[in-house]
Design a binder for this molecule. Structure first.
Ligand code: SF4
Length: 338
């Protein structure tokens, strides 16, 4: 089996909190606290969880927008987490990003032609102006926009069209992996579906890998190969789409899934309402981080942190309930959908 395109090992990002007149470190925000995952060539991995769980920090860490606290990021067999900016420069082309907000992510003072030509020029992919113009036109068509619209300004496009331009800009660098950071969250429902379909088509056509960061499991279900569920800086469950959507083995995953609307009116969701708010990432709870909100919490959960245990070929979950015999596991005795 070939090595994965991206391998993340025990990634941590702790942001220092400074205070006092000497700006001394008084604590840390444990935004990402030891997560590991892989993405194969041409594969989509969805990273899901509530707002503030650390999933966007993972995306930024992979883009090396800041230094990691610890851990390894390996791209196509090469460690990139410790490379200097100059050594990293040629590799930056290979990981691109599409941001959430199609209105603020495009420079309003640049025409679309220049927005799309910039990465081509910066990464030295083409130098001849006619070649660049042709490539920019091709990119517009690839994302479903007219090639003669390249001399328009970003404000002349709708939100969905701007997100298409954002995708074209990511493609312009000829990447292997695109990080979609809540890339459809700000769009209307119908436009959301169009953009997701476009991403799926492009993935198949170009063999791209996608890291799809989202809080919206309804969108993820239709487009991902594998899912990793994050809670308070940790991955609490990961597996194939079927593992996560058909046989979730962590109470947090089940709570997230119970909130997904079901199109069939004959099926009633068994909605799991979590109590309380997500604890502060500055002071995560001892033991299992989910213990302050978990409907099945028991003594062991408050003292011992559960590890991600193997439940199936690619299925892993971090919950002490999975050590119990199935007939004594209260979570398994409650149907998700009734
Ligand atoms: Fe709930 Fe305990 Fe499992 Fe954590 S380890 S998810 S608190 S049952």
């Amino acid at each position: 089996m070939s090595a994965p395109l991206l391998q993340v090992n025990d990634l941590k990002k702790h942001f220092p909190i400074r205070g006092g007149i000497f700006s001394t470190v008084t604590g840390y925000v444990f935004a990402v606290d030891g997560i590991s995952f892989t993405i194969e060539k041409g594969e989509t991995l969805a990273l899901v969880g509530e707002s503030g769980c650390g999933k966007s920090t993972v995306g930024k860490a992979l883009l090396r927008l800041f230094d990691l606290t610890s851990g390894q990021v390996v791209l196509d067999g090469q460690r990139i987490d410790q490379l200097s900016n100059s050594a990293l420069r040629p590799l930056r082309r290979r990981i691109q990003v599409v941001f959430q907000d199609p209105f603020s992510s495009l420079n309003p003072r640049m025409k679309v032609r220049d927005i799309l030509a910039e990465p081509i020029h910066n990464f030295g992919l083409l130098t001849d102006k006619a070649d660049i113009d042709k490539r920019v036109g091709d990119l517009m068509e690839k994302v479903g926009l007219r090639r003669d619209a390249i001399d328009r300004w970003p404000h002349e496009f709708s939100g969905g069209q701007r997100q298409r331009i954002g995708i074209a800009r990511a493609l312009a660098a000829d990447p292997d992996l695109i990080i979609c950071d809540e890339a459809v969250s700000a769009l209307d429902v119908s436009v959301k579906a169009q953009i997701v379909n476009l991403l799926c088509d492009l993935q198949q056509e170009l063999g791209l890998a996608l890291l799809f960061i989202s809080h919206d499991l309804a969108i993820v279900e239709h487009m991902t190969h594998r899912v990793a569920v994050m809670y308070l800086g940790k991955i609490v469950e990961k597996g194939t789409r079927d593992d996560i959507f058909r046989a979730p083995m962590h109470p947090y995953t089940r709570a997230l899934l119970s909130a997904v609307p079901i199109p069939d009116p004959d099926i009633k969701p068994n909605r799991i309402i979590l109590k309380g708010d997500v604890p502060s990432p500055m002071k995560p709870p001892k033991g299992c981080r989910f213990n302050t909100r978990c409907p099945y919490v028991f003594d062991r959960c408050k003292s011992e942190e559960p590890k991600l245990e193997i439940l199936g070929h690619k299925h892993r979950a971090a919950c002490h309930l999975n050590d119990l015999p199935p007939d004594q596991n209260p979570m398994l005795n409650e149907a998700l959908r009734v």
